[in-house]
Design a protein around this ligand. Structure first.
Ligand code: CO
Length: 248
């Protein structure tokens, strides 16, 4: 069941997501060769204390950290630790909080120092696919119009869409209906209505779309070791159009 939110609820989600965006910005500023991924997790923890919000992922199904940090062939759910980022890495930061009962969720991929042109291209295609997806969020459109927009942009540039993970509704829970695949034909699924709040999150690879999960039980990597990227925004559909709540 898709839960529609009132303007008052959307205002709370706007605050939650602004905090997510601000803390992601602080983490971004700390990304450079030599930084340990756990230092970025500490930036997020400290940001949560300062903003008096709860990290959304810590403890979620036993997840042990506040941020997911996924490097190179890691697609999602990488666990921060003593690993040091190095020049040429592609790093994805995925972060969420709960504020006043409502969740915010956002992710981005960035280059550590100087990355290969192919890595930059993957990153840009993935960000572009999220923008194309958000442009489909209109009253009267269908859910799979979002999915189709992602797939079209990503595959046109020769990259692959990860199929095992999906975007999701979001609100009083981190994950609500509907699931939002990043591939599929347009014109299917629920009709988009004002009050829907969605976390749209294209996950892509420069090779195979197949993934496997490492022995830590969380880190999802591309099966063929190809590079991966991930961007996510929480958006709200209102009578006046779409609001990208997690964009500063
Ligand atoms: Co999400």
């Amino acid at each position: 069941m898709i839960l529609l939110k009132s303007p008052q609820e959307i205002a709370k989600m706007e605050k939650a997501n602004r905090i997510v965006a601000e803390i992601l910005e602080e983490m971004k500023e700390r990304v450079r060769p030599g930084v340990e991924t756990r230092e970025l997790d500490e930036v997020a923890e400290e940001g949560c204390r300062r903003h008096k919000v709860e990290p959304a992922f810590k403890g979620y199904r036993g997840y042990p950290a506040s941020v997911c940090i996924s490097v190179n062939e890691e697609v999602v759910h990488g666990i921060p630790g003593p690993r040091r980022l190095k020049d040429g890495d592609l790093v994805s930061l995925d972060f969420g909080v709960r504020y006043d009962g409502y969740y915010g969720d956002s992710a981005l991929t960035l280059a550590v120092g100087q990355v290969a042109p192919a890595a930059r291209k993957l990153m840009e295609a993935t960000r572009e696919s999220l923008d194309a997806a958000i442009a489909q969020v209109k009253v009267g459109a269908r859910l799979s119009d979002i999915s189709h927009a992602v797939q079209t942009v990503v595959e046109a540039q020769g990259f692959a869409v990860i199929r095992e993970f999906v975007g999701h509704g979001i609100g009083r829970s981190l994950h609500e209906d509907p699931q939002i695949p990043n591939f599929g034909p347009p014109g299917r699924g629920p009709v988009l209505q004002a009050g829907m709040t969605l976390a749209i999150e294209p996950m892509t690879s420069s090779g195979s779309w197949r993934v496997r999960v490492l022995a830590d039980g969380w880190t999802a990597v591309t099966q063929d070791g190809s590079l991966a990227a991930h961007f996510e925004h929480t958006v709200a559909l209102t009578e006046k159009g779409v609001l990208v709540l997690s964009r500063l």
